[in-house]
Structures are given as C-alpha cells and as structure tokens.
Design a protein around this ligand. Structure first.
Ligand SMILES: [Mg+2]
Length: 183
C-alpha cells in the first residue's frame, strides 16, 4: 500500500481504554454522535453485560449531550443486552468490513458523518471503515485478546500487524506520536 492510503488508515488518537478519551474536547469541536464498537472495546467476548464503570461513563456522556450508538457484527441478542442496559441505540449484525448496512443505518438516523467519532479496537475493521465513510476514529486497545474468536485472531489481527508495520514504515512520525508501538 502507498503512503496516502496508509495515512488514511491512521486513527486520530490511540488510547488504552474508552475511559481515557477526552470526550468534552470532541463535543466542543462539534461532534455529537459516538459510535462505540462492542466487542473488545466496551467488553470482551466473555462478558455479557456492561461494567459499572461503563454504565457511569455512558450516563455522563448522554448527559453531556452525546447521541451514542453501539456497533457490532454480532447478532441481536448480545448487542441488545448492552444497548438496553446502557439505554443507547445499537446497530447489530453489521457485516463489517462491508459498509452497506452501516450506511443504511446512518441514513435512516439522519446522522452527519462529519459529526461522528468512531471508537473501536481494530485497525482493519473499525478504523479503516470509519475512514472509508469519512468518520473520525479513535483506536483503543483490545480489552482481552484471549477472548477473541479464532477467525478474529487469525485474519483481522494478522492484517492489523501488517498495517501497523506499514504505518511504522510510511508514517513513522504519526506512528510514534500515536504510540502505536505499544499495541
Ligand atoms: Mg471489536
């Protein structure tokens, strides 16, 4: 891949956890919708309800004025549990890395892509998809990689390693500034 395409795949920030993000900063910049990936971003695959800390964060973010949507490739049941417990909307069964379902949801909800922040743990699905749709993204570290399905480990994480290496090679300044070597 050439430098331009790699640059497009860079997240705007890289944080360890969703709790480390300065959400107020983004609100002040005009962002109004937060897309949260579910698996390994909000909770690992073995956890079936949000933690107390997550409940508190989401309550605070809604109070701040954010509209929140949970995104997942998982089917309804798991995602519904989280969206109910956190009282936020969810887009499930998204078929990432395809974009048509997500695009349809965005259109139905009349969201403005330039006012969305997408928070996720995967470079090759979350960050890449966000960039494809012109959505700003923040990369977080996966909560527990051991809980992942074998195909995530095998395909996505392997591609991710390659992309991270490309970033290191072609966009070294950004790579260092984003502390991507810590991943
Ligand atoms: Mg994930």
């Amino acid at each position: 891949l050439n430098k331009k395409r790699i640059e497009k795949m860079l997240p705007s920030e890289h944080k360890n956890k969703i709790f480390d993000i300065d959400y107020q900063k983004y609100f002040d910049l005009g962002y109004r919708t937060l897309f949260f990936d579910l698996d390994n971003t909000i909770a690992d695959y073995d956890t079936h309800k949000p933690s107390y800390q997550t409940m508190t964060l989401f309550r605070k973010l809604k109070k701040q004025g954010f509209n929140i949507v949970i995104l997942s490739n998982n089917k309804g049941k798991r995602v519904d549990k989280f969206s109910k417990a956190l009282s936020v909307e969810a887009y499930s069964n998204l078929m990432k890395p395809l974009t048509f379902r997500l695009k349809r949801n965005i259109k139905m909800d009349q969201l403005d892509n330039s006012k969305i922040i997408w928070i996720g743990d995967q470079v090759v699905t979350d960050i890449k998809l966000a960039s494809k749709l012109g959505i700003k993204s923040i990369l977080v570290d996966p909560i527990n990689m051991d809980s992942e399905k074998w195909y995530t480990t095998y395909f996505n994480r392997r591609f991710e390693k390659r992309r991270l290496n490309d970033m290191k090679k072609h966009c070294n300044t950004e790579y260092k500034a984003l502390k991507l070597e810590n991943r």
